[in-house]
Design a binder for this molecule. Structure first.
Ligand SMILES: CCCCCCCCC/C=C/C(=O)SCCNC(=O)CCNC(=O)[C@H](O)C(C)(C)COP(=O)(O)OP(=O)(O)OC[C@H]1O[C@@H](n2cnc3c(N)ncnc32)[C@H](O)[C@@H]1OP(=O)(O)O
Length: 303
């Protein structure tokens, strides 16, 4: 069904998966040419910048949620809305994801969204995390991650949903699913995204240890596909995109869907239990304590 959908429309798989966004957002109309979107949320500065090159059919989405592009509920809502608009715009065939913050691609899920929050709020947050993953992982567009900084946990997940990952060759940066180091557990769809990227055994080691990899190590295990000097990351991403867009869309989209559909279907069929599981896990006292200690460690490390 998804495969036929991909033939019918560039948004085939997405529409198959699309659900209501948090706060009642729905699919909207197509974006205008030469889009430069600066969406506002709760009167704060825009968290996503979208620059659309209509000639190339490629948008650059720049994450700009200072200081570390953590994935808060507001950020996720804005991100999903921006991505959905691009998905609906037939003239946009590719997206390059990058960070506008120095040294960090994304610090992953905003820990403050999981610490000391009500079960209702935690549930709303987790639904938004699921939505981001579903939209990225099932996108019919080519998505390339230009990872210009560290990318732990949810930042790594976001990168792994992309079709190709280019990372800045800076040994101070790291990437990986480090959840166990926070005393929390990467859920099955994080795990399966990593298995689909680097294989079962590497994932088993990486997840148990909560391993963060340097760019060179990440290249070695196939967690990223290419390393380049940081100042060449966007040029390289753009050149890579040209190569990917030379393949007929329908053939590439059906192939992508074949590879990813089992994992996507699994989350789709378990969304509500997955939310309940997250809420009951994250609100437990020992887990809250672990998160509190981790937050304190982050602050102490700074001083
Ligand atoms: C069974 C299964 C059921 C389900 C079980 C549950 C599953 C949950 C899955 C969770 C997935 C995740 O993504 S959990 C998130 C994991 N993320 C991390 O571990 C990243 C932690 N952060 C870092 O390592 C670093 O900050 C890093 C990103 C490298 C940048 O280092 P820098 O030196 O540049 O910056 P710092 O000085 O450390 O950080 C700047 C400020 O940002 C804050 N900050 C940093 N990361 C933050 C974050 N993720 N959320 C909030 N705030 C963060 C710091 O505390 C500082 O706050 P101030 O001091 O106030 O300025």
């Amino acid at each position: 069904m998804a495969l036929r959908g991909a033939f019918r429309t560039r948004c085939g798989l997405l529409s198959l998966l699309s659900q209501r966004l948090p706060h009642g957002n729905h699919v909207r109309g197509c974006v205008s040419p030469f889009l430069s979107t600066h969406r506002r949320n709760n009167s704060t500065a825009p968290k996503i910048k979208v620059d659309f090159d209509q000639t190339a059919g490629v948008s650059i989405m720049t994450l700009q949620n200072p200081p570390v592009n953590s994935l808060s509920l507001d950020f996720l809502t804005e991100f999903c809305s921006a991505l959905e608009k691009l998905e609906m715009d037939k003239s946009c065939r590719g997206v390059i994801l990058t960070s506008g913050q120095p040294k960090v691609f994304s610090a992953g899920l905003d820990i403050m969204e999981m610490y000391g929050k009500s079960p209702e709020r935690c549930g709303e947050f987790w639904r938004a995390v699921q939505e981001m993953w579903l939209k990225l992982y099932s996108s019919n567009m080519v998505i390339i991650a230009a990872i210009n900084g560290s990318s732990p946990a949810g930042g790594c997940l976001m990168s792994m949903t992309c079709d190709y990952r280019i990372m800045a060759d800076n040994p101070r940066y790291s990437i990986g699913l480090n959840e166990t180091q926070l005393g929390i557990v990467a859920p099955f769809w994080f795990k399966e995204t990593m298995v689909n990227t680097v294989g079962h055994r590497t994932t088993e080691i990486a997840l148990q240890l909560g391993q963060l990899y340097s760019p060179t190590e990440a290249l070695d295990i196939g967690l990223v596909d290419k390393l380049v000097p940081e100042d060449q990351i966007i040029t390289t991403a753009t050149q890579t995109m040209t190569k990917w867009l030379a393949v007929p869309d329908h053939a590439r989209q059906i192939t992508k869907s074949m590879m990813r559909k089992p994992t996507i279907d699994k989350l789709m069929s378990k969304r509500e239990p997955d939310i309940q599981n997250f809420v009951s896990f994250i609100t437990k006292d020992p887990i809250q304590k672990s998160l509190g200690l981790y937050l304190a460690m982050l602050k102490k490390r700074k001083s």
